[in-house]
Design a binder for this molecule. Structure first.
Ligand SMILES: *[C@@H]1O[C@H](CO)[C@@H](O)[C@H](O)[C@H]1NC(C)=O
Ligand SMILES: *[C@@H]1O[C@H](CO)[C@@H](O)[C@H](O)[C@H]1NC(C)=O
Ligand SMILES: *[C@@H]1O[C@H](CO)[C@@H](O)[C@H](O)[C@H]1NC(C)=O
Ligand SMILES: *[C@@H]1O[C@H](CO)[C@@H](O)[C@H](O)[C@H]1NC(C)=O
Length: 507
């Protein structure tokens, strides 16, 4: 199991602390690598050598500690953002001829793209199965030019102060970062640009796409669309609570949980849904849906937040006890309890992981904190900014960045940003049925409550009985459910994710 626990959306903290989730020139040329002349094949091959050759060659990665393969062409270092901030990047050109250019946006907020590079979709991965960096046969560089960035400022190797504190600051930093990138790699300007974000990366992707499409300089870049994996789309109630019973029913159908207690659980949920006004919402979730906003019931959720931590000290296996603990309408926490009773090692990011998964077995953070690794990656601006004795990646993601961004919040991306974007560009969502962090049922509810391109919601009925999942694709917007994956879909089923990308976004 190569899932790494540090690249996660930290929404538990987000929900418990704040109740609701925030939304969260030089005409430069770059050189072909001096020691690997044909690595960049096809249309990505460098076309010129000159003034910035030196600058860019400085960014070329020529070796990586513990890696003994043949390094793919890759560059890393810093790009200028706003107000003297410098954002760490890694760029790996496609290994085939393609006009696609994807910027990968990690979640958190506060998790580094560098983590995604090494654990989800980069050409070299480092996971608990291997302990040393290996070639990744499912690298996205097989079909696209790829850029990973450690953003917002304060994340990963993009260290310094002050941290980026709002989505809007992060957005202007991103725009400037992308301009610096194009100045260094001008060939990429002609490529079709896609943003693909995971988890809280939904917020980054949507706001960044909106900003670059209206930027006087960047709006001429051909923009292809936005991909969102396990994305945060709505507030806690809509994303995670109202549809918790529907989510659990689906999991039961896959024989993962509660086949023995199913009747009891299901009647408890039915009563709770009725009492809390969720039943009416679930009944409104039709395909096609009645063309008016789905009212959200006003419920009290305060009572169960304090109990979220019960996992550590509860060893009960009595579902009645779980039922009794939830006196309010927080059916998400109730589901959390129930899952825990079945699997004391339950991890919200993938409910099929059991106690054999050891989240401390994480060679990647150790690796990224090594000085020799930082030197090879040109992550030179980290030294003075270290705040933790465990190093930059000691806690996986930067919780200070997380706290700042979440504190300030931003409106849900489905309110305006996505409906505006799909007028001209594709937007595609991928969700995993095994993800209990962000419920796919809540995403689908939020989409059935969203109007885009003249109509509210999807019209086609999803096939909930299909063993692998389903795709709905209407009016430029697609939603795919995969039954095989949890939150970090690219590390669990890379081939499926690539297929989703190709079919719903890149084609
Ligand atoms: C690079 O490509 C050229 C022309 O395609 C070929 O002649 C040469 O042998 C290649 N060099 C390497 C190192 O593969
Ligand atoms: C490359 O740069 C050098 C000096 O920096 C300049 O003399 C030369 O004309 C440039 N060549 C091209 C092709 O731009
Ligand atoms: C549906 O959208 C409206 C705004 O258009 C919002 O007020 C309402 O809370 C949403 N319903 C749900 C269930 O999220
Ligand atoms: C919500 O529930 C808590 C705990 O039961 C209670 O203290 C609080 O007054 C309730 N709030 C509302 C608005 O009903």
């Amino acid at each position: 199991m190569n899932l790494t626990i540090h690249i996660l959306l930290l929404s538990f903290l987000l929900y418990t602390v704040h109740g609701l989730p925030a939304y969260s020139p030089c005409s430069a040329y770059y050189n072909s690598p001096p020691n690997n002349n044909n690595a960049s094949s096809g249309s990505t091959a460098p076309t010129n050598y000159n003034t910035s050759k030196k600058a860019v060659n400085t960014d070329l990665v020529t070796s990586l500690p513990e890696y003994d393969g043949s390094l793919p062409e890759m560059y890393s270092g810093y790009l200028g953002a706003e107000n003297l901030k410098e954002i760490f990047y890694t760029f790996a050109p496609a290994t085939t001829s393609t006009d696609k250019f994807i910027v990968w946006l990690q979640g958190g907020p506060g998790c580094a793209g560098t983590l995604g590079f090494f654990s989800e979709n980069g050409p070299i991965i480092l996971d608990p199965n291997h302990q040393t960096p290996q070639d990744n046969p499912n690298s996205w560089t097989r079909f696209a030019n790829m850029l990973w960035i450690d953003q917002p400022f304060g994340t990963g190797y993009s260290q310094g102060s002050p941290l980026a504190s709002t989505v809007s600051i992060a957005t202007s930093d991103f725009i400037q970062t992308l301009k610096s990138f194009y100045a260094k790699f001008p060939e990429m300007k002609e490529k079709e640009l896609y943003l693909v974000g995971e988890s809280y990366g939904s917020v980054w992707g949507a706001y960044f796409a909106q900003a670059l499409r209206s930027d006087p300089e960047l709006h001429t870049i051909p923009f292809g669309g936005l991909g969102i994996i396990s994305g945060l789309l709505a507030d806690y109630e809509t994303q995670n609570t109202i549809t918790a019973s529907m989510w659990l029913d689906h999991v039961n159908k896959m024989d993962l949980y509660y086949s023995d207690d199913a009747a009891e659980v299901s009647s408890f949920f039915a009563a709770k849904n009725q009492q809390c006004g969720y039943t009416e919402v679930l009944e409104r979730m039709q395909f096609p849906v009645e063309q008016s906003p789905i009212p959200k019931p006003q419920v009290n959720l305060t009572n169960s937040f304090s109990k979220r931590k019960r996992q550590a000290d509860s060893d009960s296996s009595n579902i009645q006890e779980a039922f009794q603990m939830i006196t309010d309408c927080d059916t998400y926490t109730l589901t959390d309890f129930l899952l825990y009773l079945k699997n004391h090692c339950m991890i919200t990011y993938d409910i099929t992981l059991d106690c054999s998964f050891n989240s401390n077995n994480d060679p990647l953070t150790t690796y990224l904190n090594r000085k020799d690794v930082q030197q090879q990656l040109h992550a030179t601006r980290v030294e003075s900014a270290l705040t933790s004795s465990k190093g930059i990646f000691g806690n996986g993601c930067n919780y200070d960045v997380y706290g700042e961004i979440v504190k300030h919040g931003a409106p849900s991306i489905l309110e305006e940003v996505v409906p505006e974007l799909v007028q001209n560009n594709k937007v595609s969502f991928l969700a995993g049925a095994l993800d209990f962090q962000i419920l796919w049922t809540g995403s689908l509810l939020a989409l059935q409550n969203t109007t885009w391109n003249g109509w509210q919601g999807f019209q086609e009925t999803p096939d909930l009985n299909s063993p692998s999942g389903f795709t709905l694709n209407e009016r430029n917007l697609a939603f795919t459910l995969s039954n095989n994956v949890g939150h970090m879909a690219p590390s669990k089923d890379p081939a499926m994710v690539i297929d989703w990308l190709q079919k719903t976004l890149l084609d």
